[in-house]
Each structure stands twice: as structure tokens, then as C-alpha cells.
Design a protein around this ligand. Structure first.
Ligand code: PMP
Length: 402
């Protein structure tokens, strides 16, 4: 009999909760239920045609072979150009590695740097993958709680309280998934004052939502406010969210050469290189017409305003306006302790999410997945009609609670 054995590093991690919630919603759909799924974090737009056309042209030119492990030179140049133009940050081509989505850049960075027991500071609410990636690399996630009253942002005091001699990384995700919280210039200056005492700490900035921002807020990067941190900072970004290119799988890391070189080495023995055709598309995304970015931002802004207002009108729910990204992180503490018509008590946000799925047929993700309860996350990357319908269904379902 074959003994089925899997390494403990896999046993120790959870599958992505948003993927599990999406699977459950799909299962109910297959059973014939009319489910509105507000689970998945990806733009509902198609990739702009000029980007698809660039991919097709690359195929016709025969750009269908391996590229350099760290990406084609043209792709690296498109990225250094983007960082210069949009972020006023200066990088050389050899300080860039192109990866299979931002996700792979983050994982490779952790794998390249974390020794067993190293600590990674992750402000909560966090993107679900950070802690599990750290665990897969045998590191220890250290969760720094950030409350709604603090704008869901890491305060200098909290940062200082979680830093130890074992701290290896601090992860900053602005605008954040799931809360949309975004750090401004002064926030960064205050954090940098604390970080000045930790020159060996690495800082990861996950900038994947940088162009999905509301109310004309400035796009300030940590390194604009605190350029002295450049030698210890790794920038993570990619085309997935900004250009509706989640399926193309192009991300990148930008940072000091020694780190990029390590990522490149690890990638050369694992993924190899990111898809050549997708790189051609991403070059067009960065260098070509940018009107999609503005247009999609306007659509997100209008959905965010409308849906936020609707959620805040529902008895028992409240939501602070997100600064960016395309989620609402909805507080539901007033529902805890209430009873359903079937006599079940809602004890946790997981109970609330299950109730919404079963009674309102609206799929969301429980705050417990992101490290701060009782909340649930709803994605607004779907049509306003569906969002309106979802809010109505949620209101009706909640009105039945006693
Ligand atoms: N970081 C955050 C905060 C995200 O929400 C996501 C996508 N859900 C990623 C990284 C990964 O993006 P990509 O599709 O480029 O791998």
C-alpha cells in the first residue's frame, strides 16, 4: 500500500479562504441557487484590447521562447520607466525581477530570505496569503493589530511593540486588501522614525492596488516619504489589478541588487521565467495608452460611493470609506448575538457570512480570514446592478434577525 505523505510545510498552511468561499458559492450555483458572489478580488473588466493586440503581435514575431529568468530587458525597462514616471523612484534594470504575478514575487522573496523562526510583521487586517506564505517558508507571522479607529493602519507605537531581534520583514500593503486603508506621507514618516532603529529589517511594500484610489488621493510611496529606506525595501507590484490582467500572471519585485539577484536565482530553479507573451502584453500596459486606468478608476469610485452609502443604511452594519482597492470591509458587531428565524445564534462573523450566503444568497468572506473580527469583506469589482441587488438582499435577510 502506498503511504500518502505530504511535507509538513503544506500541512501547516490553509487554502486561500476567498478561493474556498468562491468554491462554496459555485457549488450552490450548480445546485440551481441564484448566488451573487462578492468574493473574488479581481477586476470585472476585460483586459484593454491594445494590450491583447500586443500579445498577439509578440506571438506572430515568434516571441514564444524562454526569456531571461528575471524577465526580458524590454519588460525590465518598461518597469523602471513606470517606477520613474508614476512613483518618482529610480531603479536599474538589474534591480528588477519579473515574476508570475505579484503573488509569486512575494513568495520567492520570503523563500529567499526567511530562516526558520524569523519573524514577519504583518499588519491586520491583512491579505490572506501573507501569513501562510511565511509559514510555508518556516517563518513566524507576527500579526500587528490595526483597529478601525486607527483607520486600519499600523501606528508607530504598535510597530515598535512588535519589533524584536528576530524581525526579518515588515509587510506594508497600501491601499490594503481587505480594508482599502492607504498610508499618506505623514504616516510613512512616522513609521520611518521607528524603522531608523532597525537597519537590518527588510520592508516589503505591496503596491498592487496603487491605481485604485478614491477621492483623488495622492499616490505616495513609502520611499517617497522615506528615501533613506531604499536599501532595505522591496517593492512588489504588477499589472493584475491596474490593467485587469489577473490571468496574464505578470508581477515584479524591485529592490537592492543583492535581493533581486537572490530572487532571480531561486526563480531560475523554480518557475524559470514569466510567460514571454504576457511580458509583451505587460510592456504595452505600462508603455501604451493609459486611458483604461482613469476610466476604470471612475467606475470603481462610483460603485464604492453608492455601495458604501447603501451598506451604511442597513441596520446592524457599518463601513468606513476605503481609500482604495475594490473592497468594503463591513463591520457587523451589532449582529453578533442575534438569532435567525431557525433559532440559530450568530456568534461570529463566519456565522454572519454563512447566514448571508444561505438566506440572502450573497457570498462574502468572513473577517476572521483577514485577522480582524467581526467584519466581512465584499468585493465591489462587479456591476452596480449586482451590488444594488446584493445590498437589498442583505437588508432583507438582516431584517429577519431577532
Ligand atoms: N497582493 C495583494 C494584496 C492582492 O490582493 C493580490 C491579489 N489578490 C496580490 C498581491 C496578487 O496579485 P497577482 O495577481 O499579481 O499575483
Amino acid at each position: 500500500m502506498h503511504k500518502q505523505r505530504i511535507a509538513s510545510r503544506v500541512a501547516n498552511i490553509k487554502p486561500s479562504p476567498s478561493s474556498s468561499a468562491a468554491d462554496r458559492a459555485n457549488e450552490l450555483r450548480r445546485q440551481g441557487q441564484d448566488i451573487i458572489s462578492l468574493v473574488v478580488g479581481e477586476p470585472d473588466f476585460d483586459t484593454p484590447p491594445h494590450i491583447g493586440e500586443a500579445a498577439w503581435q509578440a506571438i506572430q514575431r515568434g516571441e514564444t521562447r524562454y526569456t531571461a529568468n528575471s524577465g526580458s530587458l524590454a519588460m525590465q525597462q518598461a518597469i523602471t520607466g513606470k517606477l520613474e514616471r508614476e512613483n518618482a523612484l529610480h531603479y536599474q534594470e538589474n534591480e528588477i525581477v519579473v515574476t508570475n504575478g505579484a503573488k509569486s514575487a512575494i513568495f520567492t522573496a520570503f523563500l529567499a530570505t526567511i530562516e526558520a523562526g524569523d519573524e514577519v510583521i504583518i499588519p491586520a487586517p491583512y491579505w490572506v496569503s501573507y501569513p501562510d506564505m511565511v509559514i510555508a517558508c518556516e517563518g513566524t507571522p507576527v500579526i500587528a493589530q490595526c483597529t478601525e479607529a486607527e483607520g486600519f493602519k499600523l501606528t508607530p507605537e504598535r510597530l515598535r511593540s512588535v519589533l524584536t531581534e528576530k524581525s526579518r520583514w515588515l509587510v506594508i500593503n497600501s491601499p490594503s486588501n481587505p480594508t482599502g486603508a492607504s498610508y499618506n506621507h505623514d504616516d510613512y514618516v512616522a513609521l520611518a522614525e521607528v524603522l531608523a532603529d532597525y537597519p537590518d529589517l527588510l520592508i516589503m511594500t505591496d503596491d498592487i492596488y496603487e491605481h485604485i484610489r478614491y477621492d483623488d488621493q495622492d499616490n505616495v510611496h513609502l520611499l517617497n516619504a522615506a528615501p533613506q529606506l531604499k536599501g532595505q525595501t522591496l517593492i512588489i507590484n504588477g499589472v493584475s489589478k491596474t490593467y485587469a490582467m489577473t490571468g496574464w500572471r505578470i508581477g515584479f519585485a524591485a529592490g537592492p541588487f543583492y535581493l533581486i539577484d537572490a530572487l532571480q536565482k531561486l526563480q531560475s530553479q523554480s518557475a524559470g521565467n514569466a510567460c514571454s507573451v504576457s511580458q509583451a502584453a505587460a510592456i504595452e500596459a505600462y508603455n501604451g495608452d493609459q486611458s483604461f486606468v482613469k476610466q476604470s478608476q471612475a467606475v470603481y469610485q462610483s460603485r464604492r460611493n453608492n455601495t458604501l452609502a447603501k451598506i451604511n443604511q442597513i441596520d446592524g452594519l457599518h463601513c468606513s470609506p476605503p481609500d482604495g482597492a475594490f473592497y468594503l470591509y463591513v463591520g457587523c458587531e451589532k449582529l453578533i448575538g442575534l438569532q435567525t428565524e431557525q433559532g440559530h445564534t450568530l456568534n461570529t462573523d463566519t456565522d454572519v457570512v454563512l447566514y448571508l450566503l444561505e438566506t440572502a444568497n450573497v457570498a462574502t468572506v468572513a473577517g476572521s480570514a483577514y485577522g480582524l473580527s467581526p467584519y466581512f469583506r465584499m468585493s465591489i469589482a462587479t456591476s452596480q446592478n449586482l451590488l444594488d441587488d446584493a445590498c437589498e438582499r442583505i437588508a432583507l435577510a438582516l431584517a429577519k434577525l431577532k
